[in-house]
Design a protein around this ligand. Structure first.
Ligand SMILES: Nc1ncnc2c1ncn2[C@@H]1O[C@H](COP(=O)(O)OP(=O)(O)O)[C@@H](O)[C@H]1O
Ligand SMILES: [Mg+2]
Length: 367
């Protein structure tokens, strides 16, 4: 059998496992928690991810090592490469995506448009950055942020001190605030020979900086928007000699698409592809990292995904909605925690809208 070792054992690992089992792939996950969601679909090695020895041990016998969490220390991934393991996506991609400054600089070098940005290393640097970019602006920690954690919006000069008090002391980046019309993302897969396939561009709704709803394809998408979105990810994947699935989050200003951040892994805005596309992001990630032929990324029809966060919704009510597909990560409920998602599919956009409205209502009752 083909063994894949996955660094991280959360819901993304669980869905990789669910996609890989029918392909004859077996899994070993490394996660600091003995309760990690992915233990339902493979062997779980309980160890911190900065434990390179544990990772090396978990990688023995694996055809490839991949990761489902972008916080995996690059040193751990590097140690696996040094030990002779195939690691995909490449460590360089992990390193770039872990540092918001390196990420934005990489995008800029490739000619991919972003919000204006400046590095901030100290309090005086913050004043200079605010003077340079103007307000409003968004102050973010360069490393470690996710789901809106580690960032503050600066609306007027009085916010500068409190944002510095909250975030100062670690390297930061200040970005111009983008008054976007909507948020989009593009998920793509690149294989070992350099072939790239993109799923349809999707529209994302965030609340409190956490993804709530994805609509696929993004309503009103034409060839031009799809091509523009693909131009924000294809050069990046080539530059990083990427193998596997990645996502670029985008701001649609109405005039242009600006790249916001890179995820060097399967992404929440690609979950709809499990039921909504010919081949899911999870299956194609495995195909890519294992050197197997990629499957079609074409949509089967319109789809929408709704996350549930913090509390569990009424499962029976969701299942009563036609075209609803439930994904319960079987995690302990905690405020702000992603606990599951539901994807609704339909044959036509009008029916999808109606089903999505029902799902939103059921899920919002609980969050
Ligand atoms: N420069 C910006 N202008 C306007 N909104 C922003 C900006 N940066 C981030 N946001 C908002 O905050 C959300 C989370 O920020 P993001 O950079 O994607 O960090 P995270 O790693 O937490 O997802 C974005 O999806 C967007 O809604
Ligand atoms: Mg984001």
């Amino acid at each position: 059998v083909t063994l894949v070792t996955v660094l991280g054992g959360g819901q993304l690992g669980w869905m990789l496992g669910l996609a890989g089992l029918p392909l004859g792939v077996r899994f070993r996950f490394v996660d600091p928690s003995g309760e990690a969601t992915a233990r339902a679909v493979g062997e779980l090695v309980v160890a911190p991810l900065d434990d390179a020895d544990a990772a090396r041990h978990a990688a023995s016998g694996a055809a490839v090592v991949t990761y489902e969490w972008e916080g995996v220390p690059a040193t751990t991934a590097e140690a696996l490469v040094t030990a002779g393991h195939r690691v995909s996506p490449p460590v360089g991609a992990l390193a770039v995506a872990q540092d918001r400054l390196a990420e934005k600089e990489c995008l800029r070098r490739l000619g991919i448009p972003t919000a204006r940005f400046t590095a901030v290393d100290d309090r005086a640097g913050l004043d200079a950055a605010v003077a340079h970019l103007g307000l409003p602006a968004v102050l973010k920690t360069r490393r470690g942020g996710y789901d809106g954690k580690g960032q503050r919006v600066l609306r007027d000069p009085a916010d500068v001190d409190s944002a510095w008090a909250a975030l100062g002391g670690v390297p930061l980046i200040l970005e111009a605030f983008v008054a976007f019309r909507r948020e989009l993302s593009i998920v793509a897969v690149r294989d070992r020979d350099g072939a790239v396939a993109c799923w349809p561009v999707v529209e994302n709704e965030h609340r409190d900086a956490i993804l709530r709803v994805t609509r696929a394809p993004a309503p009103g998408t034409d060839h031009a928007i799809q091509a523009q979105a693909e131009a924000c990810i294809r050069p990046l994947l080539d530059e990083l000699d990427y193998v596997g699935v990645a996502c670029v989050e985008l701001f649609d200003t109405g005039d242009a698409l600006l790249a916001n951040e890179i995820a060097p892994r399967v992404h929440n805005s690609g979950h709809w592809s499990i039921e909504g596309a010919e081949t899911s992001q999870f299956e194609n990630h495995l195909r890519a990292v294992l050197g197997l032929p990629l499957g079609s990324t074409a949509a089967r029809g319109p789809a929408a995904m709704v996350n549930w966060i913090g509390t569990h919704p009424d499962r029976a009510a969701l299942l009563a909605v036609p075209g609803a597909h439930l994904h319960d990560y079987a995690k302990v409920a905690r405020p702000g925690r992603k606990l599951g998602h539901v994807t609704v599919t339909a044959h036509d956009p009008a029916t999808l809208d109606e089903r999505l409205a029902r799902v939103r209502e059921i899920v919002s009752d609980c969050s």
